[in-house]
Design a protein around this ligand. Structure first.
Ligand code: SF4
Length: 226
């Protein structure tokens, strides 16, 4: 996309969503890491409900690592995929204790080596816990980026690379939150509210939508797993 269009989209996102921020509640890098692991295939709202109880008693690697899988499953089961998530959370906590002095490492390679942590989760933690520029691509960012024509990449990694190349590094985290909010409020998966959308004059989907099959455009490309 042309630089001038990127600048216009950036300015519009800033005016539409000036306070866009991480929707997951957390008070430490560890809490954010656990909340992000729990958020796979689950809404942030539900994760916040679960972690508001979970973190009352288990908010450090030591406390979490002391749990058995059977202890943890009932505490997180509302987030779904609880077998894998509980095992990953306990194993991640044990590794943090053994290898990182009970701290969450602020490095991508270290984060991605933790159980249950993929590139998107690492990006969320780097950006939101450590303020290190990163551009997490979740299902909303993927969809909105495709529709706007910011990227036609078939994988989250390709979309991330396209977004990082086009947007200024200092705006990556903010733009990521803004695209998520835009996807949640207007650019919805099933019925985007294009006529209410101030970005429509820059939107590929809006202009070409009649030629694009909504089914192909959404369903095949939007199931992003960690
Ligand atoms: S015009 Fe429609 S498809 Fe394009 S960004 Fe806005 S809501 Fe999404």
């Amino acid at each position: 996309m042309k630089k001038v269009a990127i600048k216009k989209i950036s300015a519009l996102l800033d005016s539409l969503y000036p306070n866009a921020t991480c929707a997951l509640n957390f008070r430490s890098p560890f809490e954010l890491l656990i909340a992000t692991i729990l958020s796979a295939q689950c809404t942030d709202k539900r994760v916040n409900i679960v972690t508001s109880r979970l973190f009352l008693d288990y908010n450090t690697p030591e406390k979490m690592a002391a749990l058995t899988k059977e202890d943890l499953i009932p505490l997180i089961k509302d987030c779904g995929l609880f077998n894998n998530k509980s095992q990953n959370i306990i194993n991640t906590s044990k590794i943090l204790i053994a290898e990182y002095n009970s701290q969450v490492p602020p490095k991508r390679e270290d984060l991605e080596n933790l159980p249950g942590v993929g590139r998107k989760t690492a990006n969320v933690v780097l950006g939101n816990a450590f303020n290190i520029p990163a551009f997490p691509v979740d299902t909303h960012v993927f969809r909105v980026s495709h529709r706007l024509g910011l990227s036609l990449g078939k994988s989250p990694e390709k979309v991330e690379a396209d977004l990082c190349r086009q947007f200024s590094k200092k705006t990556w985290i903010r733009t990521h939150h803004q695209l998520i909010l835009h996807g949640r409020t207007l650019c919805k998966a099933k019925s985007p509210l294009c006529n209410q959308c101030q970005l429509n004059c820059y939107c590929r989907f809006y202009f070409e939508g009649k030629q694009l099959s909504e089914g192909n455009f959404i369903n095949k490309k939007e199931t992003i797993k960690e």
